[in-house]
Design a protein around this ligand. Sequence first.
Ligand code: THU
Length: 123
Amino acid sequence: MEDQKLLELADKAKEAAYAPYSNFKVGAALQTKNGKVFTGCNVENSSYGAAICAERCAAVKAISSGEREFEVIAIASSGEDTVYPCGICRQVLHEFGPDMKVICQSANGYESYRLSELMPKGF
Ligand code: THU
């Protein structure tokens, strides 16, 4: 799928975000190597620390559907600044796609990286 199309799916997915504490909505759209797409959103909790990021939401949906190889993930947010995956999400994605593409929504469109750039020497 084209980068722009995947980003649109991520942008749409963010509308389901449960983010009453930060008011920062995030959406992700993850494509696996066999072409399936899984979306996710952030899911917060009153305990704060139990919040789940959009990227991990999408990753867990993919893994629990039997997928094991990630190709690309697009990330969109309700903020103005470029949204980059957090450290925990980078490590989780690294497990299933150490060289996957990461598309980050930005003010002018999007930025594209390899996860290996964002997460060199992952565990
Ligand atoms: N968040 C994500 O879902 N993905 C990111 O890449 C950065 C942060 C969420 C976690 C929390 O619900 C909110 O954004 C504020 O940090």
